[in-house]
Design a protein around this ligand. Structure first.
Ligand code: ZN
Length: 266
């Protein structure tokens, strides 16, 4: 599943190629994504409009068009959004295609069909049910230890599910959360109410660094090896901790595997 930094990589890699181009026509080959594609609404809002900017909110890619319309893409578990020459033959699972004035096509492939594709007025984004509940962006300058403290106030329960709660911070997936806690030296089961200010600061920094490692990747397919080069604990049960050599342990929290070092993380 693509994590937030990979969507940011995708945004950065597509933006220079898309801005200024125009959506001539939208072709929907298969409507059956996680939510059915409303092909008529998508076409009505997108066709004939220029691409103005590419933004990201959580793991949603936002393609802002002239005339105050925005196309929203979520890659779900297995989606790929790629540019191809207009004459390229359709690939398997190519569910939707934006035919561009430049002659190229922007295509959405999604074998497992957990993705989303829809359009709405740009002004309505914040209030839209997909976005209204979302927490802070971890890669924005406003993300601070204080933001985490405010979100943690009055809460109980272990810190890892808290970090993965999208109403707190968006886009912190299982790998991201395990690795950030390892870097911060915080045990994943520690109560969120018992995270010191210092630990919060390190945690914030670790989450931010997780995001900035995306600079190391230049994969224009949005399929980068995020964190794979530097996994300290994730999916490494029984193997030595990258920092101290102690065997990494696994526990299950909220139905998800969590990996941690019993020595580094308290
Ligand atoms: Zn360790």
């Amino acid at each position: 599943m693509p994590e937030l930094p990979e969507i940011e990589v995708l945004r950065r890699s597509l933006e220079p190629h898309l801005v200024g181009d125009r959506v001539e026509r939208v072709e929907v080959r298969n409507r059956a994504l996680r939510e059915p594609i409303d092909a008529r609404a998508l076409s009505r809002r997108a066709a004939g409009r220029d691409i103005a900017t590419l933004r990201r909110r959580a793991k949603y890619l936002l393609i802002d068009l002239t005339g105050g319309q925005t196309v929203v893409v979520h890659l779900g578990m297995s989606g790929r959004l790629t540019l191809a020459p207009g004459g390229a033959p359709p690939e398997p699972h190519e569910h939707a295609v934006f035919h561009l004035r430049s002659g190229r096509k922007l295509r959405l492939r999604d074998p497992r069909r957990f993705g989303l594709l829809f359009a709405l007025p740009t002004a309505g984004l914040a209030a839209d049910p997909h976005f209204a509940h979302l927490g802070v962006e971890p890669l924005e300058p406003g993300f601070s230890g204080g933001v985490l403290a405010a979100a943690a106030a009055g809460r109980r329960g272990p810190v890892k599910p808290f970090l993965m709660d999208a109403t707190v911070v968006v886009g912190v997936g299982n790998i991201y959360a395990s690795e950030a806690l390892h870097r911060a030296g915080v045990h994943p089961a520690r109560s969120v109410a018992r995270i010191s200010a210092a630990s919060r600061a390190v945690l914030r920094q670790a989450i931010e660094q997780g995001g900035t490692t995306l600079n190391d990747f230049a994969d224009g397919e949005g399929r980068s090896g995020y964190f794979q080069v530097s996994l300290g604990v994730y999916d490494r049960a029984g193997e030595p901790c990258a920092a101290c050599g102690t065997a990494v342990r696994r526990l299950v929290q909220a139905g998800r595997s969590t990996f941690y070092c019993p020595r580094c993380q308290r």
